[in-house]
Design a protein around this ligand. Structure first.
Ligand code: HEC
Length: 178
């Protein structure tokens, strides 16, 4: 099913990057399926990113330091994919590609080039297709959004979640926002 979908130019660029990575891992088949599934991306975002960037991607202080706002980010899809996979050595943004610093794929750096403890490994490593799905979710639902609101919170957690009660005033005001 995914093979039938033509790849957009920007997608194939990023894919090429990860394909090159994957060949060394023998993961070519998986990398080629490249599903850009925003819903799957949301689940992955919730499990892997929301702990630091918050459910709304607005980031803020907390575990891992000051996570930048993905709502205000200027990064394009390719740069978001790179940031997720490679992390940002020297900051609290961890890398999610298992072999990020094994073959120079990330910023041309290998393990020895990265000072001890500077490149933080994520708790869970992700596959290139999963990283692409998260990036697509960020582009579709997070980047460029203003302040988080009740409707958006419910869309994220589902109706009936107490997490969204803090936006209760908006709920009673008919989800009027901004
Ligand atoms: C352990 C905490 C932590 C986790 C988990 C984490 N991040 Fe980050 N992230 C950060 C921090 C801290 C920064 C700020 C880095 C800096 O100062 O440049 C950051 C920066 C970023 C940036 C750069 C934003 C910009 O405009 O420059 C992106 C994109 C990003 N994170 C996406 C993600 C995504 C997507 C996930 C999940 C796959 C994720 N992060 C998981 C802490 C985290």
């Amino acid at each position: 099913m995914h093979f039938a979908k033509p790849l957009a130019g920007r997608t194939s660029l990023a894919l090429g990057f990860f394909l090159a990575l994957s060949i060394s891992e023998g993961l070519v088949v998986r990398a080629q399926t490249a599903p850009s599934d925003v819903a799957a991306g949301q689940k992955l975002f919730r499990a892997n990113c929301a702990g630091c960037h918050k459910w709304h991607g607005g980031g803020g202080g907390g575990y891992g330091g000051d996570a930048l706002s993905l709502r205000k980010t200027k990064l394009d899809r390719a740069a978001i994919i790179e940031t997720i996979g490679c992390g940002r050595p020297g900051t609290g943004m961890p890398y999610h590609l298992r072999d990020a610093y094994e073959n120079g794929a990330c910023y041309g750096l290998k393990e020895n080039d990265v000072a001890n403890g500077m490149a933080l490994a994520a708790n869970n490593f992700l596959r290139p297709t999963e990283i692409a799905a998260i990036a697509d979710y960020v582009i579709a639902n997070v980047k460029g959004r203003g302040e988080p609101n009740y409707a958006e919170c419910v869309a994220f957690f589902g109706t009936g979640s107490r997490v969204c009660n803090i936006y209760g005033d908006q709920r009673t005001a008919g989800a009027a926002t901004k």
